[in-house]
Design a protein around this ligand. Structure first.
Ligand code: PMP
Length: 307
C-alpha cells in the first residue's frame, strides 16, 4: 500500500515520515487507542472530493474517547476542518480511506486510562474495495465470540478490541472464506469482523440492535434510512439466531470499508437462490450514488473538500 504524503500529528500537518511514536508509547503496548474509518469519494462530474458523513464519524470517535477517559478540545467540526486541510495537502483526487486515530501517547509503564496525554493523528490513503468478493461473498460463522460490552465495549472503536476482529478474519480467510460472522456470548449473530450485518426475510430487513455488541455503524444507519425512505422497506432491529442466516432470502454486510457487500453463501449453504438479491442490489447502487453526492436529498452527508 502506498504511504500517505502527510499526516496530522501532534496538532499540525507534517510530512508522513515525521509522524512517529516511540516504542514505549502506552497505546502501542496496551491497545489504549481508538480509531475511525472514513471514506472520501471522488465525483468525476463535479470534479469534487466528498467526505461521507465526517461529522457523524468524528462524533463517534469522540464518544470512543470518552470510553477511554480521553479529553480533547476538538469538536466534530474542527476535526472535519483538519481533515479537509489534510486531503488538500495530499492533493487527493480519487477515492480515499481516512484513518483518524486517538491514542494514549505517554511513554510509561502502567495500565490505566486516566490522567494521561491523549493525542489525535489522521492519515489518508487511496482505497478501493475492502472485501474482494463484494458481490457474492462466502462467509462462515466464526468459532470466536464477539467481545462483550462488559469486557471491551464494542460500541467504541477501541484499538485493542480489534485483536478480536483480526482473529476472526484470519481464521475465515485461511479456511477459504471471504469473511466471518461472529456470535455474541449467548449465541446470536452480532456482526462481521469489520461490518454490520443485515438479512432479508419475507421482504423485511432485519439487523441486530445496538445491544448485541455491534459497532454502531454509520453505514448501518445510512442503509436503515435509505431502506425505509427510498425503498419503503420495513426495518426491524432484533436479535438474529444463527440458523436464520441459513434460511434467509438475502444477506449483506455494511461498513465504510466494505460498503454494501452481498453475501451469497454461508458455510456452503446458498443464501436465497445463491445470487445477490433485489433489495441488496438496490441498496448497493443507492449507497454508491449517495456517497458520491448524486442524490440531492442526502447532500448534507457529502462534505466537499475543494472550494
Ligand atoms: N463493525 C465493526 C467491528 C467495524 O470495524 C466496522 C467498520 N468501522 C463496522 C461494523 C461498520 O461501521 P461503519 O459503517 O461506521 O464503518
Amino acid at each position: 500500500m502506498a504511504l500517505p504524503k502527510f499526516a496530522y500529528f501532534e496538532g499540525k500537518i507534517v510530512p508522513y515520515a515525521e509522524a512517529k511514536v516511540g516504542v514505549m508509547t502506552h497505546a502501542l503496548n496496551y491497545g489504549t487507542a481508538a480509531f475511525g474509518g472514513v471514506r472520501a469519494y471522488w465525483n468525476e462530474d463535479e470534479k469534487q472530493l466528498f467526505i461521507f458523513r465526517p461529522y457523524d464519524h468524528f462524533k463517534r470517535l469522540l464518544r470512543s474517547a470518552r470510553l477511554l477517559c480521553m479529553n480533547f478540545d476538538h469538536t466534530p467540526e474542527s476535526l472535519t476542518q483538519v481533515l479537509k486541510d489534510l486531503l488538500r495537502a495530499e492533493d487527493a483526487h480519487e477515492d480515499m480511506y481516512i484513518r483518524p486515530l486517538i491514542y494514549k501517547a505517554d511513554e510509561m509503564i502502567g495500565v490505566k486510562c486516566h490522567d494521561m496525554t491523549d493525542e489525535i493523528t489522521i492519515f489518508t490513503v487511496p482505497f478501493g474495495r475492502y472485501v474482494s468478493n463484494d458481490t457474492g461473498a462466502h462467509v462462515t460463522i466464526s468459532g470466536w465470540r464477539r467481545i462483550d460490552d462488559n469486557t471491551i465495549p464494542a460500541r467504541g472503536k477501541i484499538a485493542g478490541a480489534y485483536v478480536n476482529s483480526a482473529l476472526i478474519k484470519t481464521d475465515a480467510l485461511r479456511a477459504g472464506f471471504d469473511e466471518a460472522l461472529v456470535l455474541t456470548q449467548d449465541g446470536h449473530i452480532s456482526e462481521g469482523s469489520a461490518e454490520n450485518i443485515f438479512m432479508v426475510r419475507d421482504g423485511v430487513l432485519i439487523t441486530p440492535p445496538v445491544y448485541e455488541n455491534i459497532l454502531e455503524g454509520i453505514t448501518r444507519r445510512t442503509i436503515i434510512q435509505l431502506a425505509k425512505e427510498e425503498l419503503g422497506v420495513e426495518v426491524v432491529e432484533r436479535p438474529i439466531d444463527r440458523t436464520e442466516v441459513y434460511i434467509c432470502d438475502e444477506l449483506f454486510m455494511t461498513g465504510t470499508a466494505a460498503q454494501v457487500t452481498a453475501v451469497t453463501k454461508v458455510d456452503h449453504r446458498p443464501v436465497g437462490d445463491g445470487t445477490m438479491g433485489p433489495i441488496t442490489a438496490k441498496l448497493r447502487q443507492m449507497y454508491d450514488d449517495v456517497v458520491r453526492g448524486k442524490l440531492p436529498k442526502y447532500r448534507a452527508w457529502n462534505e466537499p473538500v475543494y472550494e
